[in-house]
Write a protein that binds this ligand. Structure first.
Ligand code: FES
Length: 129
């Protein structure tokens, strides 16, 4: 894991993008990782099938929170149908670091919350592919 790659992740952890909540979200979904209790909530404002606004909140390990920040940056202004195509590999590579398999759930928690909220897909991303 290179220093610069770790910096990128830590920057998202320390300076989370799109952090907070929306007053009247069209979609709001919260879920946790049962193995550690870490939680993420994602609020979305959808206009013309696009993500016009997104906020996340929660508490948890640096990887899960940084991943949520990175994911919210990825989906802003994106078509909801394109969000469905974001898969486990996309999410993990967007983190910029190679996670060990035991940390996959940390890196994928935000994507799980997003997909559960938008599509009711409750499996961990990639678990039943
Ligand atoms: Fe809980 Fe990372 S340790 S999501």
């Amino acid at each position: 894991m290179g220093f610069d790659e770790m910096e990128y992740l830590l920057d998202h952890y320390k300076n989370p993008r799109n952090y907070g909540s929306l007053l009247i979200p069209d979609i709001s979904h919260e879920e946790g990782n049962p193995s550690c209790g870490d939680v993420i909530r994602i609020d979305l404002k959808i206009v013309d099938n696009k993500v016009e606004e997104v906020r996340f909140s929660g508490k948890g390990c640096a990887i899960s929170q940084a991943a949520a920040s990175i994911l919210t940056d990825m989906i802003i202004d994106k078509d909801v149908d394109d969000i469905k195509k974001i898969n486990k590999e996309d999410m993990l590579s967007a983190l910029g670091v190679t996670l060990s398999p035991v940390r996959y759930k940390c890196g994928l928690l935000a994507l799980k919350v997003l997909k559960s909220g938008v599509y009711g897909i409750t499996d961990w991303p990639g678990e039943k592919e």
